[in-house]
Design a protein around this ligand. Structure first.
Ligand code: HEC
Length: 161
């Protein structure tokens, strides 16, 4: 065999080996339920903090342009949300979660709620940027409704007090 042929054969063998390893490595590197569930829960809590603080700005009657950063952050999070609910991160994982099984049995419905939330949050960010106080206040209520629409169907109800 020529050196060139040997080199090609060697390269193919390495490439084949790498390809055979790839899916296994990808799975090994995927974050598991014990990582993902606390991460999404803390992001959800932080999103509630950002969202709640906007209400303070609305009630004070001042400019809302200062809310643009928080509103943009909320919108980015809204677009990311469904990716933090992959299969295998429900109650069967054994990690404490309020995520209902319907997230996976009715995935299209869950994705639709998330998309509605993301669209509402995008609009909220635009209105903050434009410093449109009245429309921002109305849109804040629309976003809150989008939170509830998803929670009602896909999150355990909080315990009755
Ligand atoms: C597309 C669905 C969806 C939307 C939209 C949504 N949430 Fe949630 N939220 C969930 C699910 C599911 C959980 C439970 C997550 C878990 O326990 O693993 C949750 C949990 C939470 C939690 C509790 C976190 C914890 O562990 O204590 C807060 C706070 C929260 N959401 C706030 C919000 C706010 C505020 C909005 C809107 C600005 C919002 N969510 C929009 C689905 C959604």
């Amino acid at each position: 065999m020529s050196n060139k042929l040997l080199a090609t054969a060697g390269f193919c063998a390495v490439a084949a080996l790498a390809l055979a390893q790839w899916p296994a490595n990808a799975a090994d590197n995927a974050p598991d339920a014990a990582t993902l569930i606390p991460a999404r829960q803390s992001a959800l809590m932080l999103s509630a903090v950002a969202f709640g603080s906007m209400k303070g700005a609305i009630d004070s009657g001042g400019d809302v342009s200062g809310q643009a950063f928080a509103a943009k952050a909320l919108a980015r999070w809204a677009h990311t949300l469904p990716s933090l609910f992959p299969a295998g991160t429900g109650k069967a994982s054994g990690v404490p979660t309020k995520a209902k099984d319907e997230i996976w049995s009715d995935r299209a419905g869950f994705e639709r709620r998330a998309a509605e939330y993301a669209a509402a949050a995008d609009r909220l960010a635009e209105l903050a940027q434009a410093n449109d106080k009245a429309a921002f206040a109305t849109q804040w209520t629309a976003v809150r409704q989008a939170c509830s629409n998803c929670h009602d169907a896909y999150r355990d109800a909080p315990p009755a007090r």
